[in-house]
Ligand binder design. Structure first.
Ligand SMILES: [Zn+2]
Ligand SMILES: [Zn+2]
Length: 451
């Protein structure tokens, strides 16, 4: 709309402004006439200064109303026309209906687009409700004279999860289609959680002794989702040992043709199985799990327990664990930090080697021995403090930690293995003057600073 200044004395200076250009913009037509254009729903004030006088015009911009692409349409039997809603505000609920599905059917293309197909001669009304508004399209369906279909080949259609392959034909006169299937034509069937598709079931509810769990998978081809119940037996293989349970295998790690389970996600290991306390856990290596909570009561993390779990980002270790087995987290390349509880006494060989994303690790006072190659190749580690309880650091323990700039080694450490800091080019060792750490650093040609 245009705004015009009346009775201008042609001397006073004029200026135009909008309070909110996102809602209403102004464009000059002449010095005394501007055009106001609505941009989005809301209110804005146009202020015009004429000399010392300020004139105002309050503008309310209304959102455009939803409309239908056609209000009437004529089609033949078997022909279609698409109807689209324009100016949907993205919020109002939409519903589509036909007054007579024997004459015209509707099929959804998207929420705002439906296809109307003629079924037999007659009239039908397509009613679309958008919020409180009702939109209508009158559809007239005309019959096609009796004829023998004259089919032309259209295309070959590949088999899908639910339908076999076929050749598609279309009638030149009426548009009717037909599918020709050979005797070999069969639907492929859904393919859920195949290991080579990297589409595991994702555990959405972890099972316990008394409650069944749930896991969800998506068909690798059509993305249809399925949910299945899972029990402790589906997920874990275990043995009874020393009055407790030792989990030896996470069954989700490989595709299992009996259970059809290949699964990952956020795993919470149960604290009891068949009424017995879970005491040690292992066998998750190379599985697609993303996080794991080890229950309180577990004392041992077995050798290679989580080795190669490259999707693993988070792990909770309770303060009942005393031993982290060899290779337990080797190659967990997405693990960024880990808190070792103050109950662990031994970090075994290669326990964290190759954890290339590990930036932060706190070694508690309870640890006495750091195993051979325990943190080798942890290229993101920068600072480490060895606590006072440690007496032995085995060979290659921090070798290849190329980002490591500082390590503090207390006087309690007396046993040093070979090549602990091989290929740590940025490293400075801190420790007490005259300590074994100083001797080791000097013998290894490393920078040493007394602290
Ligand atoms: Zn035909
Ligand atoms: Zn499918």
């Amino acid at each position: 709309m245009d705004l015009t200044i009346a009775n201008h004395n042609s001397k006073d200076k004029i200026s135009w402004a909008t309070s909110n250009a996102k809602i209403a913009t102004i464009t000059k037509i002449s010095n005394t006439k501007y055009r106001v254009t609505g941009k989005k729903a809301g209110t804005a004030t146009i202020t015009v200064k004429v000399g010392k006088k300020a004139l105002k015009c309050k503008i309310t911009v209304k959102a455009p109303e939803a409309s239908l692409s056609k209000t009437n349409a004529t089609i033949k039997v078997n022909q279609s026309v698409d109807l689209t809603i324009a100016n949907h505000n993205g919020k109002d609920k939409i519903s589509w209906a036909t007054s007579n599905a024997k004459i015209a059917t509707i099929t959804k293309i998207s929420n705002t687009k439906y296809r109307v197909t003629g079924k037999k001669a007659g009239t039908a009304t397509i009613t679309v409700k958008v919020g409180n508004k009702t939109l209508k399209c009158a559809v007239k369906v005309q019959s096609v004279p009796k004829h023998t279909h004259d089919y032309t080949y259209v295309k070959y259609v590949n088999a899908t999860c639910t339908e076999g392959e076929y050749d598609l034909y279309k009638c030149n006169i009426c548009g009717a289609t037909k599918k020709e299937k050979s005797t070999y034509s069969k639907p492929i069937g859904h393919t859920y959680a195949r290991e080579y598709d990297k589409t595991p079931y994702i555990v959405t509810k972890n099972p316990t002794d008394t409650v069944k769990g749930k896991a969800v998978a998506e068909c690798a081809d059509c993305h249809k989702k399925v949910e299945k119940e899972i029990t402790i037996k589906d997920l874990y293989t275990y043995v009874f040992r020393d009055g407790g349970v030792n989990i030896t295998e996470f069954n989700g790690k490989y595709y299992n043709y009996d259970t059809n389970i290949y699964c990952g996600g956020d795993i919470i290991i149960p604290n009891k199985i068949e009424g017995w306390n879970v005491k040690s856990v292992g066998g998750f290596s190379n599985s697609p799990i993303t996080s794991v909570v080890i229950p309180n009561g577990v004392t041992d993390i077995n050798r290679s327990a989580f080795e190669g779990c490259t999707n693993l980002t988070n792990i909770t270790i309770p303060n009942s664990v005393t031993e982290i087995g060899g290779f337990a987290f080797e190659g967990c390349t997405n693990l960024t930090n880990i808190t070792i509880p103050n109950s662990v006494t031994e970090i075994r060989d290669d326990a964290f080697s190759g954890c290339t994303s590990l930036t932060n690790i706190t070694i508690p006072n309870s640890v006495t021995e750091i195993g051979w190659s325990a943190f080798s190749g942890c290229t993101s580690l920068t600072n480490i403090t060895i606590p006072n309880g440690v007496t032995d650091i085995n060979g290659s323990a921090f070798s290849g930690c190329t980002g490591l700039t500082s390590i503090y080694i207390p006087s309690s450490v007396e046993g040093f293995g070979d090549g602990i800091f091989d290929n740590c080019p940025k490293l400075t060792v801190y420790g007490k003057a005259g300590s074994e750490a100083e001797k080791y650093a000097k013998a290894s040609r490393l920078k040493f600073v007394a602290k």
